[in-house]
Design a protein. Structure first.
Length: 300
């Protein structure tokens, strides 16, 4: 975070800091709203979870939307090609092989999230283009991530993002490419979260677990069914069980009763999750301030 490039990005616009967000008295309310909205984007749609919720798959989807927003037919260096996608992914060091990228692109095309067409100025090249279905999903995803900021910073107008305004969506995603190195650093800064993010549907299992815990504050243990949560997000009960067993070995949860279907969320997991979502709020607020030319910001 102390590199000259990151400091330059941080100077682009006033923004709420991670520490300010964590210390805000309404942070628990903002966290609950984020979980509500995030789960609403994917809940009941295991297809979307299987398609997108895992680090390599998510980054391909995320970059696809960003590259589309920055595409300029007059500037070939901005064209969204598979080659450019692979180049950017290699810079993030997420361990996604070129074969995996080809497979994910083919999968996104087969389910109607990506289209391919010849470049307008060089028809030998093939340009990838997100469909309206993918863009609509991304607008919902962004609204879920800006929702907690409406609690913490009500004086800032996040209305266009919350309403799914198409013009603001493009502007936000155009700015996101420049901020991608900062986003990657924030993601890597909380390694406990990568335990879940690197596994298919893992982020959803974690979100559902924490959401249930927040709704049952009188009991430190969360009762879950591995089969039910697997069906909910399109993964197997064995996958859920192994994920939580790994989380227990890492010191994030304790599994209670025979079969481990009662889960105690340990303080380390709450602390890591809080810092991760505070980092996301900080990141999105900074981009929004840059796009809107905001001249002042504070957490109310």
């Amino acid at each position: 975070m102390d590199s000259p490039e990151i400091r330059r990005l941080l100077a682009r616009a006033p923004h709420a800091s991670i520490e300010e967000i964590l210390a805000h008295p309404r942070f628990p309310e903002a966290r609950k709203l984020y979980l509500d909205r995030f789960l609403a984007v994917y809940d009941g749609d295991p297809f979307l979870v299987r398609l997108l919720i895992e680090s390599g798959r998510f980054v391909v989807y995320h970059l696809a939307v960003i590259l589309e927003a920055g595409h300029d037919p007059e500037r070939p260096e901005t064209w969204f090609t598979v080659g450019r996608l692979k180049q950017l992914l290699s810079q993030f060091g997420l361990g996604v092989s070129q074969r995996q990228i080809d497979h994910l692109v083919a999968r996104l095309r087969s389910v109607g999230f990506l289209e391919v067409r010849p470049a307008e100025r060089d028809r030998r090249l093939r340009i990838l283009k997100p469909t309206e279905r993918m863009l609509a999903h991304d607008r919902d995803w962004l609204a879920a991530h800006y929702a907690p900021l409406t609690v913490l910073c009500p004086q800032n107008d996040y209305g266009p993002i919350m309403r799914g305004d198409a013009t603001m969506h493009i502007l936000q995603r155009q700015a996101s490419l420049e901020f991608a190195p900062l986003g990657h650093k924030l993601l890597m800064a909380v390694p406990d979260m990568m335990l879940f993010f690197d596994r298919a549907g893992g982020h959803m299992v974690l979100a559902a677990l924490l959401h249930t815990a927040l709704e049952k504050t009188d009991d430190p243990h969360v009762a879950i069914s591995y089969a039910d949560i697997g069906d909910r997000f399109g993964v197997s009960r064995t996958h859920v069980r192994r994920l939580l067993m790994t989380a227990e070995e890492t010191g994030l949860v304790q599994l209670k009763t025979r079969g481990g279907h009662r889960v105690e969320i340990l303080p380390r997991l709450w602390a890591s999750y809080n810092r991760a979502i505070a980092g996301g709020m900080f990141f999105h607020d900074l981009i929004y301030g840059t796009v809107t030319g905001r001249t002042s910001a504070r957490v109310a």
